[in-house]
Design a protein around this ligand. Structure first.
Ligand SMILES: *Cc1c(COP(=O)(O)O)cnc(C)c1O
Length: 355
């Protein structure tokens, strides 16, 4: 299959490989809704071991992991605290409000990382008139803030501060394994002591569908009922879980390659002052840069890059997000550097010409 373009838009664009498809075709299956699907149970068990969590739940998406976790941890009228770029705040169609009846209090912070003190400021004093702050959520790694990694100690301070106030603590670990690949810290170390954590299978791990949410036995029991209520319970989901099992075996160690390719792109462009990287350097598979809006418009940049065979994502604030993943090779990354540098130069000249 020939690729029409190099797709750096998102690591959700990864396609299931031939090996993954073969594993899916051969999966042992049963009725997931009745806990009878052996492949799904095996995937949950592997994830529980990886995260050192007692129980887990296979869900159709990461968004449903967040929603089911919020539904299970909170009650209507509560407030959830997270960073202002968080996926649960801006990118889940306000599911937390629409379905869990909670409001969200966003913390504005750099690169999606906030401190224990930021949390303490955001938590409401107990009062008849205030919402009850009952849950804090962090993203590891941060998505729209540019793929930053929470330092383990800072995460734990936030977790402990939440617990000391009687709140629950949730990790949106869509790309938790990218953090592990970058730091060498184990997933179980990151997850230790948190009330819920999930990993997406459909991003850098290359599966077509699915995510696994983990936590205590009681939490997962509540979450499983919410999953059912939301219509997320499945039947022969082993076809999908087999992709997850394949990914855990074949696509985890290689995440480092995606980080190398992200750095390759960064090294190729960081010397050009048109590209203002923020964060200054990539630490995982996501890079973000912005342009001076008087010189280059990010949306025009994205359109022009696609015309030259490279898809990137224009974001609010005149930012471009670039994501590397298992369908982007080192030579694709080099091509992308050449195209992006060329397009930026062209747009700049065009702008000067028009002025
Ligand atoms: C992608 C993503 C989600 C949602 O996962 P889906 O599987 O796309 O529903 C949630 N949080 C973060 C940080 C993400 O990057």
């Amino acid at each position: 299959m020939s690729k029409a373009f190099i797709d750096l838009y998102s690591d959700t664009k990864t396609l299931p490989s031939a090996g993954m498809r073969a594993a899916m075709a051969q999966a042992e299956v049963g009725d997931e809704q009745a806990d009878e699907d052996p492949s799904t149970l095996a995937l949950i068990s592997k994830m529980c071991t990886l995260l050192n969590m007692p129980a887990g739940l296979f869900l159709p998406s990461g968004s449903m992991c967040n929603l089911v976790a919020i539904l299970s941890h909170t009650r209507p009228g509560d407030e959830v605290i997270c960073d202002e770029q968080a996926h649960i705040y801006g990118t889940e169609a306000a599911g937390a409000a629409a379905l869990a009846g909670v409001s969200i209090r966003p913390i504005s912070c750099i690169h999606g990382l906030f401190s224990k003190d930021d949390l303490l400021v955001a938590v409401r004093d107990k009062s008849r008139t205030a919402p009850r702050s009952s849950l804090v959520s962090i993203e590891q790694t941060t998505n729209f803030s540019g793929g930053a990694i929470w330092p383990l100690a800072q995460m734990r301070e936030v977790r402990d501060a939440a617990h000391s106030l009687g709140m629950k603590a949730h990790i949106d670990g869509a790309r938790l394994l990218n953090a592990c690949a970058a730091t060498g810290i184990g997933a179980a170390d990151y997850a230790q002591g948190w009330d819920s954590v999930w990993i997406d299978l459909s991003k850098g791990l290359g599966c077509p569908v699915g995510a696994v949410l983990c936590g205590s036995v009681d939490f997962i029991e509540a979450a499983a009922q919410w999953k059912y209520r939301l219509g997320g319970a499945m039947r022969q989901s082993g076809i999908l879980a087999a992709a997850g099992l394949y990914a855990l075996e074949h696509n985890v160690d290689r995440l480092k390659i995606d980080h190398d390719n992200a750095r390759l792109i960064w090294r190729g462009l960081a010397g050009d002052p048109l590209f203002q990287f923020d964060p200054a350097e990539p630490v995982s598979n996501i890079l973000r840069f912005h342009f001076d809006p008087l010189r280059i418009n990010a949306s025009e940049f994205a359109v022009a890059c696609l015309e030259q065979g490279v898809r990137v994502r224009a974001m609010p604030g005149n930012f471009i997000r670039v994501t590397t993943h298992l369908d982007v090779s080192g030579s694709d990354a080099e091509t992308a550097v050449a195209v992006m540098a060329n397009v930026a130069g062209e747009l700049l000249n065009r702008g000067h010409h028009a002025a």
